[in-house]
Design a protein around this ligand. Structure first.
Ligand code: ZN
Length: 207
């Protein structure tokens, strides 16, 4: 896993260099003497503050960044890069009350890990006899062929594709996440609930 904290602070050419390995799972380094390709399948996690001052919504010291500054800051993460980020979530700063709250109701990591393990097992079982092991590795042709979803499940995605909100690459990524959501809840295949939820995660909608 590659975690880039304060991602907009990285030079744009560095961020954009991540696009090729994200897509292909390989990285090619070219020099005058020739080029060499290395395996580079990884999970990319980017964190970003909503603005350069990094003081979101504090009552005692509110952020003074203009909407323009904020937009420009986040725009450093280019569209083509964000296209390749499957899940985008906004996280609000925790209040003192939340930090001190009773944590007995919070799911322990052990329980979450078990659920992830089972979901991965379901995917591996489905892909038995193929070269891929998880939904992220499913090639586009297979995704739209053997694993094509019924019209009802596809409807919200096709609407966004037609209006230009969702790119063709984004569509494939949303579909793979929808399969993972189905695996997490032990459903045979994603329905409209999973495709809509996956679309919301790709768009980064507030929930
Ligand atoms: Zn600010």
């Amino acid at each position: 896993m590659l975690f880039l904290d304060e991602a907009p602070e990285f030079p744009m050419n560095v961020l954009d260099a991540l696009r090729q390995p994200l897509e292909s799972g390989r990285v090619t380094v070219s020099r005058s003497l020739g080029s060499i390709t290395f395996p580079a399948r990884f999970m990319l996690v980017l964190a970003a503050n909503p603005c350069p001052c990094a003081q979101p919504s504090r009552q005692d010291d509110p952020c003074r960044c203009t909407p323009m500054t904020r937009r420009r800051y986040l725009a450093r993460l280019s569209g083509p890069l964000l296209d390749r980020i499957d899940v985008k979530v906004s996280i609000l700063r925790a209040t003192r009350r939340e930090l001190l709250a009773d944590r007995r109701f919070i799911e322990p990591s052990r329980v979450v890990a078990e659920r992830v393990f089972l979901a991965r097992e379901r995917a591996a079982k489905r892909f038995a006899g193929t070269p891929w092991r998880c939904n992220a590795e499913m090639p586009t042709g297979v995704l739209h062929g053997e694993y094509r979803l019924p019209g009802k499940a596809m409807a919200p995605l096709l609407r966004c594709l037609d209006s230009g909100v969702l790119s063709a690459r984004g569509l494939d990524r949303v579909l793979r996440v929808a399969w993972t959501l189905a695996d997490l809840t032990d459903r045979a295949r994603p329905g409209v609930e999973e495709t809509s939820a996956a679309l919301g995660l790709w768009l980064g909608e507030e929930r």
